[in-house]
Design a protein around this ligand. Structure first.
Ligand SMILES: [Zn+2]
Ligand SMILES: [Zn+2]
Ligand SMILES: [Zn+2]
Length: 260
């Protein structure tokens, strides 16, 4: 059995609200067209239109003679409001009991939750926030994986594995860096103590102490820079492209390129 080919999906913005999905589909010769809507104060607000093609995504499409630029469509993680799991909507939820998004209890619903906001517990990771919070590590993992999956054209499963690997690497890197810092700080403090112990209250010893402080400051700065360089991925993976800049500005950008 051959695998069904994945559609390439794009999104176009600014299509007038009175243009129907069928009209967009017909005009663009897409295999699917679907308008994204948003609920604001019980009112449905029409937004961009998702269009799908069997082959490659066109760069531009025309709807009623108007030109629209096609952006790559990256879906957002879907969370079920009933069981709080990712990957399906409430309408298709098969869970027997609902889970409270605030405290992750199965005994009551959100509307009757007796738990204070401050004591919220995420149903997915157990952290101190509502399950709808987009800073949840599970949400962030899925979001990143969806992005990678669409942009690199790899399967969602492979993308998740890749993201998890990156997280583990980042974690080990940050722990090693923090231990580096403590080591360095201990050394700095030791040096300070030694200077204080040896120094008498003469001008000479004062200047020695000052010099030691200066050296320690320099060491700390160097360490901070080193740590920043290690954490900042931009410098290595995405060199900054300087375009249309005055040479003087370009130099300034060059200097701060790893933090912009
Ligand atoms: Zn569900
Ligand atoms: Zn609750
Ligand atoms: Zn969470």
């Amino acid at each position: 059995m051959t695998k069904p080919k994945r559609w390439s999906k794009g999104v176009i913005s600014g299509v007038p609200a009175d243009t129907t999905d069928d009209e967009v589909k017909g005009e663009t010769s897409a295999v699917m067209a679907r308008r994204i809507t948003r609920m604001v104060d019980c009112e449905i607000i029409p937004r961009s239109v998702i269009i799908a093609f069997e082959d490659e995504l066109p760069r531009v499409v025309f709807v009623h003679l108007r030109r629209y630029r096609v952006e790559l469509y990256v879906p957002k993680p879907i969370r079920c409001n009933k069981c709080q799991a990712f990957g399906h909507k409430t309408a298709s939820c098969e869970a027997a009991t609902a889970v409270c998004p605030r405290c992750s209890s199965k005994k009551h619903e959100y509307a009757s939750c007796p738990v204070d906001k401050k004591h919220a517990k995420c149903a997915k990771c157990g952290d101190n926030y509502n399950a709808a919070y987009r800073g949840c590590i599970k949400y962030k993992t899925i979001d990143r994986a969806l992005n990678i999956s669409v942009k690199q054209g790899i399967s969602y499963r492979d993308a998740v594995t890749q993201v998890k690997k990156t997280y583990t690497e980042e974690k080990t890197r940050s722990t090693s860096t923090s231990s580096d810092i403590t080591e360095q700080m201990e050394r700095v403090q030791g040096a300070k103590k030694a200077t204080v112990a040896n120094g008498t209250k003469t001008m000479k010893s004062m200047s020695v102490r000052k010099n030691a402080d200066r050296t320690n400051d320099k060491a700390r700065k160097r360490l901070r820079r080193k740590q920043h360089r290690r954490q900042c991925q931009r410098q290595t993976s995405q060199p900054l492209v300087i375009r249309h800049l005055h040479p003087r500005q370009a130099i300034r950008y060059e200097k701060i390129k790893c933090c912009v």
